[in-house]
Design a protein around this ligand. Structure first.
Ligand code: TA6
Length: 304
């Protein structure tokens, strides 16, 4: 158990019928957040939203049945927080993919019921000796998870040092789908993208995005919302965003799924990532004292 005990956390931050800390998978500390419109689970490990389900609906976020809940390791599914770099480190591939905060234990900084009745949990993390070895910049990073019938996730980075720095990252959201063949992603038509499956070639999206093979695309210069339409479940998932000019779409398909230990061989048929990102040209430069917020608002409902 890291910084404080469950008992101390609940004494300080629990909200009756709304927010409670528990020992979760692998003994990791989780917060269960409730609201009349929906519920969510958040792990302090990685500041990681593990689950979100509006009442009366299917779970919206996908979590691998082979996900690992281990100190120092990433969790496969939910919303991993990629920061201060997206994918490989720009100059040193030996550094961890997607940065280091997704494997860090975050601290609880606030828990409250907002004026509109929604429940909000705030977690934070900051630089320390180990992070400075990987990335020599002082920073403060906060995540605010707000639950109602929608899920709002805001990641705020602040430069607490005396030199400017560049950072990138993502809310690397995994969504449940009935099947790839039933799924269309709207909101990216006519948007240029880098195709990671085809040597980062630059292409133009023609109409809706369909998933019928390994897909790993970085959509550029796009600030619009996306919609995942699933005709199998007659469901639509709306993903609105701010502070982001990049959307990433990922499905590992057969071979990559089989190659990952924390991903079931057939699970590529049940998920798609639509990520709210700052990546590649969309790098955020923060001057000393400056902050940037990357935010996604996720809603789901029927297609009719
Ligand atoms: O966001 C897409 C991506 O960058 C893919 O290239 C793939 O590597 C995926 O993230 C998962 O990365 P991870 O480090 O969690 O295995």
């Amino acid at each position: 158990m890291n910084q404080t005990t469950l008992e101390e956390l609940n004494q300080k931050f629990a909200i009756r019928d709304r927010l409670l800390f528990k020992a979760g998978p692998g003994g990791l500390t989780i917060a269960e957040i409730r609201h009349p419109g929906g519920e969510a689970t958040v792990a302090l490990h990685g500041g990681h939203v593990l689950a979100f389900r509006p009442h009366g609906q299917q779970p919206v976020l996908w979590l691998s049945r082979q996900a690992r809940f281990e100190t120092g390791g990433p969790i496969r599914g939910g919303i991993p927080v990629c920061w201060p770099w997206f994918a490989d480190h720009p100059s040193d591939k030996a550094k961890p993919a997607h940065g280091f905060v997704r494997t860090t234990v975050w601290t609880v900084s606030a828990a409250e019921t907002l004026a509109d009745g929604s429940t909000r949990l705030k977690l934070s993390t900051a630089d320390r000796e180990e992070t400075m070895k990987l990335w020599p910049h002082p920073f403060q990073l906060a995540i605010a998870v707000t639950v109602s019938d929608a899920l709002r996730v805001g990641l705020t980075a602040t430069n607490t040092g005396s030199e400017p720095f560049d950072c990138s990252g993502a809310l690397h959201s995994y969504f449940n789908i009935s099947a790839p063949a039933n799924t269309r992603i709207k909101g990216l038509a006519e948007v240029a993208y880098l195709d990671k499956v085809d040597r980062m070639r630059r292409k133009l999206q023609d109409g809706d995005v369909s998933i019928d093979g390994e897909t790993d695309r970085i959509y550029l210069d796009t600030t619009g919302a996306c919609v995942i339409e699933d005709i199998g479940w007659q469901r639509r998932i709306d993903i609105a965003k701010t502070g982001s000019r990049t959307t990433v779409v990922w499905n590992p398909w057969v071979d990559k799924a089989a190659a990952m230990k924390d991903f079931g061989d057939d699970e590529y048929q049940t998920m798609v990532c639509v990520e709210t990102a700052n990546a590649h040209p969309d790098v955020v430069r923060l001057a000393p004292g400056e902050s940037h917020t990357l935010e996604a608002v996720i809603r789901s409902g029927s297609m009719d």
